[in-house]
Design a protein around this ligand. Structure first.
Ligand code: SF4
Ligand code: SF4
Length: 143
């Protein structure tokens, strides 16, 4: 291996190192910054209650019994309240496929971590809106 060959290799290495100093990092400051997820990501659901007919097809389709329906809780003529247990949900999408009334959708929101397990139960107050409370744990705020 000649002197100029070694010199060429070193030049290529330094060129690569120098270039990396100026490229934008691929990492993001998650969870302090939101990450991008594709539109079709199967994240947490949203329930459009105006369109719901309380047919229970979503409940029947769920293979892990993660959805409970309360037909007594009505806001419109035919709807019902849904409760999602995200400690059970495997985000398979079968409930959304089963809904024939465009009442249930996935959203690209996947960061559902909570400090307490009970907070993973999404009742009507949480499943009908995308607004979220800030997550605080051990004195730090994560979203
Ligand atoms: S995504 Fe799958 S596991 Fe989750 S609630 Fe719907 S059917 Fe059940
Ligand atoms: S969300 Fe859809 S499938 Fe579930 S009860 Fe309502 S209309 Fe039926």
């Amino acid at each position: 291996m000649g002197f100029f060959s070694v010199l060429g290799d070193m030049f290529r290495i330094f060129k690569h190192v120098f270039r990396q100093v100026f490229v934008r990092p691929f990492t993001s400051l998650y969870p302090f910054e939101d990450r991008y997820y594709p539109e079709r990501t199967r994240g947490r659901h949203i329930h459009i209650r105006e369109k719901c007919t309380a047919c229970s097809q979503c409940v029947r389709a769920c293979p892990v019994v993660a959805i409970r329906i309360d037909k007594e809780d009505k806001m419109y003529e035919k709807d019902a309240a849904l409760y999602f247990d995200y400690s059970r949900c495997i985000f398979c999408g079968l409930c959304v496929e089963a809904c024939r009334f465009d009442s249930l959708f996935h959203t690209p929101i996947v960061d559902l971590s909570e400090g307490e397990r009970d907070d993973l139960l999404y009742g009507p107050d949480k499943i009908e809106t995308l607004e979220r409370d800030p997550l605080e744990w051990r004195g730090r705020r994560f979203r």
